[in-house]
Design a binder for this molecule. Structure first.
Ligand code: ZN
Length: 383
């Protein structure tokens, strides 16, 4: 069945104006000023007049089999459901382990990614976890990346965190070597996705690594860089040298910077805006403050933060949207299948209401997954 999305204001994520989009067989077949349905066997017409149209969002940091577990067995967060992801406008994800690699494994992560793919999402994972030596499927980071279709890199490798493995510079070099090798042989992005904790060193280990080696800076993706002000200062320095800056949604203005504020700071700093990405840390644990219970990170917080930025007149819509579409797709090397509205790209299309940036439709592979903010396709065990 074909679909024609009529007269939406399209951001690919650059502003390409009001267009019609023809989708079918899971792909974007055509984008032009006026597409006539004559000659199509069967089609749905979706009136997108007055709506904003984007590529489906990409979230490169989700704990799909649940994070947490740092407060005993009952603090292990359950696996995520399809609707938790799609109602955040997200159509492509990278799943990862966190701190707990005792009761959780990369194999379980891989299988969960396959299950979510069966339910319609495009899914990838990182091998490894906080710990070094890294837990893998095949015995090596390099062969996981080279041989397993879904593995794009290693992560989240923890530095500057009391829960990390506190590995030294030589080990850091060796991890990067494995990732580089796997990426080249498997023709993958080969990224080192880093959890940067509250530790006082911040990004210093990464600066040291880059100083002593010739690794391409683009293969490192440090995350949570808005978690505190000191770390964010380092992030701006890192970005000015051409490094990726991944900030985490849902951050409050207490110790760190919220997404909107961090985004503004990066855009005003003169750093290449294509280096900025936003991820959710969804389904991970949010440590409780002053004895309160730990919370669960929501993928939806990514959508809420981005919607807030899209509504902010001081921020340009294409630059905001790129942080969850094109910029992520390029660094993961899944562009132009993902992250862009373009002939031949996958038909993952997010249509938002102009007035409140609520979800009008989310199409994944050309099928409707969210309608008027509600998930219309559910996962196998989802209510
Ligand atoms: Zn993390």
């Amino acid at each position: 069945m074909f679909k024609i999305l009529k007269k939406g204001h399209c951001f690919n994520p650059s502003d390409i104006g009001v267009k019609d989009i023809l989708i079918g067989c899971g792909k974007i077949i055509r984008i032009s000023d006026d597409i006539k349905p004559e000659g199509l066997f069967e089609y749905d017409l979706v009136d997108c007049t007055g709506k904003l149209v984007f590529p489906g969002f990409i979230d490169q940091h989700i704990h799909i089999i649940g994070g947490g577990g740092e407060d005993g067995s009952d603090s292990r967060i359950p696996e995520i459901s399809l609707g938790d992801i799609t109602t955040a406008g997200v159509s492509t994800i990278v799943g990862l382990l966190g701190f707990d690699d005792i009761t959780r494994s990369v194999i379980t992560l891989l299988l969960k990614a396959r299950a979510l793919e069966k339910e319609g999402l495009s899914t990838f994972i990182y091998t490894g976890s906080y710990s070094i030596p890294a837990q893998t499927v095949t015995g090596h980071i390099s062969s996981d990346i080279a041989l397993i279709d879904k593995v794009l890199g290693v992560g989240e490798i923890a530095i500057s965190d009391y829960r990390s493995s506190h590995f030294g510079l030589q080990t850091f070099k060796e991890i990067a070597a494995e990732v580089l090798k796997g990426g080249l042989i498997g023709k993958k992005a080969g990224v080192v996705h880093l959890h940067i904790g509250e530790g006082k060193e911040g990004l210093t280990p990464l600066f040291s690594l880059l100083e002593e080696t010739e690794y391409p800076i683009g293969m490192f993706v440090p995350s949570h860089l808005n978690r505190n002000k000191r770390l964010f200062e380092q992030a701006l320095m890192y970005g000015s040298r051409g490094g990726n800056i991944d900030i985490t949604a849902g951050e409050d203005e207490g110790g760190g910077y919220g997404v909107r504020k961090a985004m503004k700071a990066v855009f005003e700093s003169g750093i290449n805006p294509g280096l900025l990405t936003v991820s959710s840390d969804g389904n991970g644990s949010i440590p409780g403050i002053n004895g309160s219970k730990d919370g669960v990170g929501k993928v939806k917080s990514l959508f809420d933060d981005i919607a807030g930025c899209l509504l902010d007149r001081e921020l340009q819509i294409p630059m905001v949207a790129a942080c969850v579409t094109e910029n992520v797709a390029r660094l993961l090397k899944i562009y132009p299948e993902k992250g862009v509205l373009k002939q031949g790209s996958d038909a993952d299309v997010l249509v938002l209401n102009r007035e409140d940036m609520g979800i009008f439709r989310l199409f994944i592979g050309g099928e409707v997954y969210v309608k008027d903010g509600t998930a219309v396709k559910k996962g196998r065990f989802e209510e």
